[in-house]
Unconditional design. Structure first.
Length: 138
């Protein structure tokens, strides 16, 4: 078994959910892997990773609206050092998670027909994000 690790630097995205499957598959082309597994870890506490619908953008909008509804604008938040979106971003990140593990088949992520990898950007003015990509090929 071969193990590879690299960091994928994502550009800054506006708040919301963004499909980053293409960027990950492009990175995968740098390796001669037919079958394996990819682990993706985001190095941030105010952004998240998840897998969901990859065609209809209203799903991403509904996801954002739902999470805003349950986490934003709570008068009892104490942790607001970086603004009013600070604590809500941490909560959303914890709810959705920081990592994904996806099979690789024929050199690409083996996602379902309607699945895409989402970056959940939970800050209003975030900088770029880093994904640590670990590939297990064998």
């Amino acid at each position: 078994m071969q193990v590879y690790q690299t960091t994928l630097h994502l550009k800054p995205y506006k708040r919301g959910f963004h499909i980053v499957t293409h960027q990950i598959n492009q990175l995968l082309k740098n390796y001669d892997i037919s079958v394996g597994t990819m682990h993706i870890f985001i190095q941030h506490t105010s952004a998240s990773l998840t897998i969901n619908e990859n065609v209809d953008s209203s799903v991403r909008e509904d996801m954002e609206n739902f999470l805003d509804d349950i986490a934003d604008d709570k008068s009892y938040y104490i942790h607001t050092y970086e603004g009013k979106d600070d604590m809500p971003a941490h909560i959303k990140s914890s709810l959705l998670g920081h990592s994904l593990t996806i099979p690789i088949t024929d050199g690409v992520l083996n996602l379902g027909t309607w699945q895409g990898v989402y970056l959940g950007e939970h800050r209003d003015n975030a900088s770029g994000r880093n994904l640590v990509i670990t590939i297990y090929a064998g």
